[in-house]
Write a new protein. Structure first.
Length: 233
C-alpha cells in the first residue's frame, strides 16, 4: 500500500473516494444491524451457521495470504476485527456506509485510539472501485453478494481488481432453506436484500474460464474461494 494516501480524510481514520460522500441508506440502522449479526441465535436460526464458521473462512483471506488485501463491503467488522488487528498484510477495507466504517474503526482501535498502520478504512462504491485492474493480491467480500440485484456485476467488478494469480474469498447467504428463503424474501420486499439466490445460482456467478473455484456449504451459507488464473502470453 502506498504511503501517500490518494483519498481524502472525512473523519479521523476514515477516508473517502466519493466525490459527494453522502450517507448510505442503512447508516441509521448500522449499530442495530451489527449487534444483531454478532449474536449466536441470529446466525444459527436464520442461516444454520456460526460466527466461528465465518471467522475461520475469513482467516484464510486475512491471515493466510501475503501482500495487499481489499475487503469490499467490510461493514462494521463484526466477524473480522480481530483478524485484521492480527494481520501484517496491507489492507483496504471499503464500505459505502460511513456509520459502518465508524463501527469498524472502534473495533480496530480496541482501546488504543489508533488504527493499525497497515489498515485503511475507505468509504466507496463497490460498483465504482477507485483502483486499476489487477491491483490486489487478495480480494474478499464477506456476506455481501446477496444484498444486490446485480450480483454478477458486483462479483465481476471485485474480481477485476485482483491480480492474475491472486486469491479471492466470498461468502453469501442463500435461500436454501425455508427459513432463510422466507427471511430473505421479506427483506427483499423492503429493499434490504437483492434477488434471493440458491447456492447453485450463487456459484454460477463464478463460472468463468479465468477462475479456479472451490466451495463448501454450511447451512444456507455458501463459501467460495479460488484463484484468478494467469493468462499465458
Amino acid at each position: 500500500m502506498s504511503h501517500t494516501n490518494p483519498f481524502r480524510e472525512i473523519t479521523r481514520g476514515i477516508c473517502t473516494c466519493l466525490e459527494q460522500p453522502s450517507g448510505a441508506s442503512y447508516d441509521f440502522k448500522a449499530g442495530y444491524y451489527e449487534r444483531l449479526v454478532s449474536t449466536r441465535w441470529f446466525n444459527r436460526f436464520f442461516w444454520d451457521a456460526s460466527r466461528q464458521d465465518y471467522q475461520e473462512f475469513a482467516s484464510r483471506a486475512i491471515l493466510r495470504t501475503a501482500g495487499t488485501v481489499l475487503d469490499v463491503g467490510c461493514g462494521g467488522l463484526a466477524q473480522t476485527a480481530q483478524l485484521y488487528r492480527s494481520t501484517n498484510n496491507d489492507c483496504i477495507l471499503l464500505d459505502r456506509s460511513l456509520e459502518m466504517l465508524k463501527i469498524a474503526r472502534a473495533r480496530l482501535w480496541a482501546g488504543s485510539g489508533l488504527l493499525p498502520a497497515n489498515i485503511q478504512l475507505l468509504q466507496g462504491d463497490a460498483f465504482r472501485l477507485p483502483f486499476p485492474d489487477n491491483t490486489f493480491d487478495t480480494v474478499c467480500s464477506f456476506g455481501t453478494i446477496h444484498l444486490f440485484d446485480n450480483k454478477q456485476e458486483f462479483v465481476d467488478k471485485v474480481l477485476s481488481v485482483l491480480k492474475p494469480g491472486g486469491r479471492f474469498y466470498f461468502y453469501s447467504m442463500t435461500g436454501e432453506t425455508k427459513i432463510s428463503r422466507a427471511f430473505m424474501s421479506s427483506l427483499r420486499k423492503v429493499r434490504e436484500f437483492g434477488n434471493v439466490y440458491s447456492i447453485a445460482q450463487t456459484l454460477a456467478l463464478f463460472n468463468q474460464p479465468a477462475l479456479e473455484v472451490q466451495s463448501h456449504v454450511i447451512g444456507s451459507v455458501v463459501f467460495i474461494a479460488g484463484r484468478k488464473i494467469k493468462q499465458s502470453v
